[in-house]
Design a protein around this ligand. Structure first.
Ligand code: LLP
Length: 433
């Protein structure tokens, strides 16, 4: 669900008119709904209330400090993949002891930083990394808490770039080797075994692969529980969201119960379905469960606002050239992903046309929609690229020397700038002739 609705003729985020926000901070502009993020967090928490669990938000999905702060005040922990993400969590006021540190290529500096900060666990992805962490911990006279990331070889049925739980992927340790690697870990003097971790992919829209992966690692966990003092089993993230037709039009109160239910029922995989599939096998394990959702919490909570610069009619096509580009939101170019595009002025839908919506970047891959039927747009119109809250700003770059967009967080009737737009000076900072 999300809190973007038409109200008095304009698209609103919660109680805030998006035209007003765009006028104040310019475009391209990311706008996030705090209410949506909190609602998703609370729904997931409550669906799992019968299970001893902790939600460790996957910071990579959207690492703005204001969002981290919002979630940590709800009690969230964090799944981090770099020293930079740990730094952000600390800057937001987060507790390092609620952080799990994942990633296949952790550096010495990152491992030292995470050890010094006493993170909850290192999610170890190879035997080489295990030995490396042991060595660094020894030099500090510490024991590094670890979980091995096991690769259950399950097909998550998602885009091949975000599928991680197959044996051909670079992630994790093959399930049939895991017991042996745990034995080895137990013999390393500066390693403390704490748990088991897995993550099979992202944007998964069916509960079956999650259940299949849990079933596959159950025997290993039961065996490890006998041998070691396991503290947790992390089932990773990956719950998919709606990208198409997520937009529930309709006027009225932005926070009405009716709207919530309408929007929620369009989820491909509801939180309820997910919980129903994973709860019985997880409860039977009798271990604390960690979850690492990213997209589920923030994906539908953000839009990228953009303004139409020019309309270009060629012999073959009509192009709507907007001021956001692939450098601001790379998902369509990288994963051929779909983002709904809606005008900020409520359309009457009488005039629709087939267009390509493209950005100003000098690449043919710089598009947000191709041959899509949209409400007729004109120069100067504002549009929202929906469901851009996850893997949007965090994947933005300065390509074509375009300053990074600003970010705004809406809470009820108020909104605040949570990251200012980059300036030209920012573009050359740190460079010299
Ligand atoms: N845990 C681990 C170990 C991960 O690698 C990821 C995401 C997550 C949790 C969170 O997954 P989520 O709940 O957000 O699906 N840039 C791509 C998505 C890459 C996901 C990478 N790993 C996209 O825009 O679709």
């Amino acid at each position: 669900m999300h809190s973007f609705r038409y109200h008095n003729g304009n698209l609103h985020c919660e109680g805030v008119d998006l035209e007003r926000v765009a006028e104040k901070y310019g475009t391209p502009l990311y706008v996030y709904s705090a209410g949506t993020i909190l609602d998703h967090y609370r729904r997931l928490n409550s669906a799992l209330r019968d299970l001893d669990h902790s939600i460790c938000y996957a910071v990579k999905a959207n690492s703005n400090r204001a969002i981290l702060n919002l979630l940590l005040r709800e009690g969230a922990g964090f799944d981090i993949v770099s020293g930079g993400e740990l730094f952000r969590v600390l800057a937001a006021g987060g507790d390092p002891q609620k952080c799990t540190f994942a990633g296949v290529g952790k550096s010495q500096d990152e491992i030292e930083y995470a050890l010094d900060q006493r993170v909850l666990s290192f999610n170890v992805e190879s035997e080489a990394e295990l030995a490396y962490i042991d060595r660094i911990a020894r030099s500090k006279d510490l024991r590094a808490p670890i979980a091995l990331r096991v690769n259950p070889d399950v097909d998550a049925g998602t885009h091949r770039y975000v599928s991680t739980g197959r044996s051909e992927n670079k992630f994790g340790i093959a399930l049939d080797r895991a017991a042996e690697v745990y034995e080895r870990a137990a013999r390393l003097p500066n390693i403390a075994i704490r748990g088991v971790q897995m993550h099979i992919g992202s944007q998964i829209t069916d509960a079956a692969p999650f259940a299949e992966a849990i079933a596959k690692v159950t025997a290993l966990i039961l065996q490890l529980k006998e041998q070691f003092a396991l503290d947790f089993f992390s089932v990773g993230g990956g719950i998919g969201i709606v990208y198409e037709s997520s937009f529930a039009s309709g006027s009225g109160d932005w926070w009405s119960e009716k709207d919530r239910i309408t929007a929620t029922s369009t989820l491909p995989l509801t939180i309820h379905d997910y919980a129903a599939a994973i709860l019985p096998p997880l409860r039977a394990l009798g271990l604390r469960v960690l979850l690492e959702p990213g997209r589920l919490l923030v994906g539908n909570a953000g839009v990228l606002l953009t303004r139409v610069r020019y309309i270009k009619q060629t012999e073959h096509k009509k192009f709507v050239i907007v001021d956001a580009g692939m450098n601001d939101l790379i998902r369509p170019a990288l994963y051929q992903s779909y983002h709904e595009i809606v005008p900020v002025r409520e359309p009457d839908d009488s005039a629709r046309e087939l267009v390509d919506v493209v950005g100003p970047v000098c690449e043919s891959g710089d598009f947000f929609a191709q041959d899509r039927e949209l409400t007729k747009m004109h120069e100067g119109d504002l549009a929202a690229l929906m469901s851009a809250g996850a893997y949007g700003f965090v994947m933005a770059s300065n390509y074509n020397s375009r300053p990074l967009p600003a970010e705004v967080l809406v809470q009820g009737e108020s909104f605040s700038l949570v990251r200012r737009r980059q300036t030209m000076e920012d573009l050359v900072r740190g460079e010299c002739n």
